[in-house]
Design a protein around this ligand. Structure first.
Ligand code: MG
Length: 166
């Protein structure tokens, strides 16, 4: 393997927590009194994952592909963004080696959901669950995360060259 056969990409996102919206993380609806605000379903984790995938392949960012000014993406299921990103990345001859991500949320406790979220992301990307890792951290009761004003997500993905681009 030579260096040009590998590409790393990172993604970060933040959404505000508000009442009257469902909490959707990694494609799963999670029982909580607050939800994430945004143009789409505001799935902060899938947005970070999408950006990591696009970034690794040198394909810009989620805002270029799915502008939040476009009515098509109003209340959109963010799974659509992940699927379209990975489809384009595969078309360009890349495959995912692994994906690691972190959700930053004071509450609810996310440890019971981590495995299910990883399984859902693996399903969306058509890769094995063993290639996906999901971590969760609190904000230690300080800052916008700790005050439950927002949730953040980070994602990092490694792509490996699978084929010569079409
Ligand atoms: Mg977002």
């Amino acid at each position: 393997m030579i260096a040009s056969d590998l590409r790393v990409g990172m993604g970060h996102d933040r959404h505000r927590l508000v009442s009257g919206r469902p909490l959707i993380l990694g494609g799963l609806t999670i029982e909580f009194e607050l939800g994430l605000d945004g143009h789409s379903d505001a799935d902060v984790l899938l947005h970070a994952v999408t950006d990591a995938i696009l970034g690794a392949a040198g394909l810009g960012d989620i805002g270029e592909w799915f502008p939040n000014t476009d009515a098509r993406w109003a209340n959109a299921d963010s799974a659509v963004f992940v699927r379209q990103a990975i489809e384009e990345v595969r078309r360009q001859g890349w495959e995912i080696a692994n994906l690691d991500c972190t959700i930053h949320a004071e509450r609810p406790k996310l440890s019971p959901y981590k495995r299910a979220i990883a399984a859902r992301i693996a399903e969306l990307l058509a890769i094995s669950e063993s290639q996906v890792n999901v971590k969760a951290k609190t904000g230690e009761r300080v800052g916008p995360i700790g005050r439950q004003e927002a949730m953040d997500a980070d994602a990092i993905v490694l792509l490996v060259r699978s084929a010569t681009p079409a």
